[in-house]
Write a protein that binds this ligand. Structure first.
Ligand code: NAD
Length: 427
């Protein structure tokens, strides 16, 4: 197995040749957190965290927790110079907890600010960040409009700093999608390293599918994706309100629309068709909601089922269903990818990923399991290695989700929502 030994730093800056590396990673290079060598040295690695919520500091809702992965990747080099969150109390509480633990050296000097501008105004030169990690709600990002333009603020104040942005890249009105592509262009023009949080791309199972497709020069013929969430566990009122979170396809199904695109390629957006089961239809009654849906305006309540099909630009067909029906905690998610002679079926990517493969010449299904796989860590690990320009060989570190790619996923999810709304019966 390839280990991440201390490696040399490339002398030249990343060039366009390196940027055009194939967007995949050899699955054997996706190494669990406890097996990765930390890059030695005492040079501090300054980061700014934007958002002090679940994605940054963890929760009962799932395994996400970026701070934890940064701590493991960077070890004592990690210095969180600022935590930006308008909710000062929440930020104070998470910082207090960190300072109680053995990772306190990363948080000892962390200062809390309500906005990035406030940090910039009082920043000491030694606090200049090498990376800004953005985990604020998407309604405050992905546009050129004041207050919703964190990416442009970062590019303006910290030219050249690396960016990590959570998915989805925005949740705004459909007519603002063009703005997101403008942000993407600004990021590309600035030359900044940028990774978007579609972590499922870093799953070993996903990279195994990618490798077989590349090695055998396969053409994907179809992607079939199903995302059934456990709604009982979703206690955030905003999630149930389309005016806030843009609906479950844009906010959550986005992970599987993105994976579908990762295999199928660009989508002919004009081909997207969709149907929904709405909250007011008989079959749409739910009995275990933990939020009070009557507080949400009827026109903003979310559909229970959204089912879409589309054409990819190479002719392949994509299909996706998002279902709000399950109770309990675990989601039920599956993605199938078909090519001549091949079926790849990825099951339960969030909790216990299993990949079933059927190959030419056989009716048997192989089963692959991936214990210890942590796509959240692989995502952070690859980002840091790309920022540090560490190289053993040209394919050792790769960012699998660019801002532009994420814009295209956002555009697809909006097209699905819009198509389902057009085809529904009105109340
Ligand atoms: N990849 C994944 O699996 C995954 C999992 C969870 C969340 N996410 C994404 O992470 C993002 C945040 O989700 P969350 O669950 O952490 O939400 P959250 O509500 O738990 O936390 C968001 C935090 O951002 C703060 N905030 C609000 N406005 C802000 C602003 N303008 N600047 C800085 N901070 C601001 C809030 O006060 C809050 O503390 C969303 O885009 C979500 O989709 C991704």
């Amino acid at each position: 197995m390839a280990h991440h030994h201390p490696a040399s730093r490339r002398s030249s800056r990343r060039d366009s040749e390196a940027l055009s590396r194939r967007p995949s990673i050899d699955p054997s290079r996706l190494i669990p957190m406890d097996k990765v060598f930390q890059i030695p040295g005492s040079d501090d690695f300054n980061v700014v965290f934007v958002g002090a919520g679940n994605i940054m500091f963890g929760s009962d809702e799932g395994p996400w927790n970026h701070s934890f992965r940064f701590e493991h990747k960077l070890g004592p080099r990690l210095k969180v110079v600022a935590l930006i969150d308008p909710n000062f109390d929440r930020a104070t509480t998470v910082l207090f907890k960190k300072r109680e633990t053995f990772v306190r050296s990363a948080y000892e000097k962390t200062r809390i600010f309500k906005t990035l501008e406030e940090f910039v105004e009082s920043m000491l030169p030694r606090d200049r960040p090498r990376a800004v990690i953005v985990g604020s709600p998407p309604m405050f990002r992905g546009t050129t409009r004041p207050g919703r333009d964190i990416e442009l603020q970062i590019l303006r104040h910290f030219p050249g700093v690396a960016l990590f942005i959570e998915k989805p890249i925005a949740t705004g009105p459909e007519d603002e999608i063009a703005e997101a592509f403008k942000i993407s262009q600004a990021i590309v023009d600035s030359g900044a390293v940028c990774s978007v949080g579609y972590m499922l791309r870093y799953l070993k199972g996903v990279q195994m599918i990618k490798q077989i497709i590349e090695d055998n020069n396969l053409q994907v013929m179809a992607t079939i994706a199903r995302y059934a969430c456990a709604y009982e566990a979703i206690a955030k009122p905003d999630w149930w309100d389309k005016s806030k979170s843009c609906g479950p396809v844009v906010e959550q199904g986005t992970h599987f629309c993105d994976l579908s695109r990762y295999f199928g390629g660009d989508v002919d957006i004009s081909s997207v068709t969709a149907h929904s089961l709405e909250w007011h239809e008989n079959a749409g009654q739910l009995h275990k909601q933990t939020i009070d849906e009557s507080l949400i305006a009827p026109e903003n309540r979310i559909p229970r089922v959204t089912s879409a099909t589309w054409k990819y630009e190479n002719g392949a067909v994509g299909s996706f269903s998002h279902v709000v029906a399950l109770q309990g905690r675990n989601y039920s998610c599956e993605l199938e990818v078909y090519a001549d002679g091949y079926q790849f079926k990825l099951v339960d990517p969030y909790v216990q990923p299993v990949l079933y493969i059927r190959r030419p010449g056989s009716d048997l299904e192989e089963t692959h399991r991936f214990p210890d796989d942590d796509p959240f860590f692989s995502e952070v690990s690859n980002l840091i290695d790309v920022i540090e320009d560490i190289e053993e060989d040209p394919e050792s570190a790769t960012i699998l989700s660019s801002f532009e790619d994420a814009c295209k996923t956002y555009e697809l999810t909006w097209a699905i929502r819009r198509a389902s709304e057009k085809s529904r019966k009105n109340v």
